[in-house]
Ligand binder design. Structure first.
Ligand SMILES: [Zn+2]
Length: 116
């Protein structure tokens, strides 16, 4: 059995009703980003931390005017997509944690099977 579980963390910024992700000071090429480009609405852009202590240290250096949330990054074993939301329990074995989207999909499929 391959249990994937929590592997990495990202910093989320509460922005109205949305969550943005902290992308770090530099991009992949080591170029400094402008202040307004430090956040992205796409999880794929988020800076990843495999150590929560490192994340907390960096969090201390960020502007205190924003509201941050430490998000645990998980990979869905069904669709292989990464997600940070609270996982859903798969209906297939009642123990595998899957992403909310797959959770909804499984529920719809179960409903459709039931109504055929
Ligand atoms: Zn999924």
């Amino acid at each position: 059995m391959s249990y994937i579980g929590i592997c990495e963390y990202v910093i989320g910024i509460i922005h109205d009703k949305d969550i943005w992700y902290y992308v770090g000071e530099k991009d992949a090429n080591g170029k400094c980003l402008r202040a307004n480009e430090q956040y992205s609405s796409f999880l794929v852009d988020a800076k990843r931390y495999d150590d929560e202590d490192v994340l907390r240290e960096e969090l201390e250096t960020l502007p205190k005017t924003l509201t941050y949330k430490i998000l645990e990054l998980q990979r869905c074993p069904k669709c292989k997509k990464e997600f940070t939301e609270h996982p859903a329990l798969s209906r297939e074995d009642n123990e595998t944690e899957i992403c909310p989207e797959c959770g909804v999909r499984e529920a719809v499929e179960a409903y459709e099977r039931h109504n055929q």
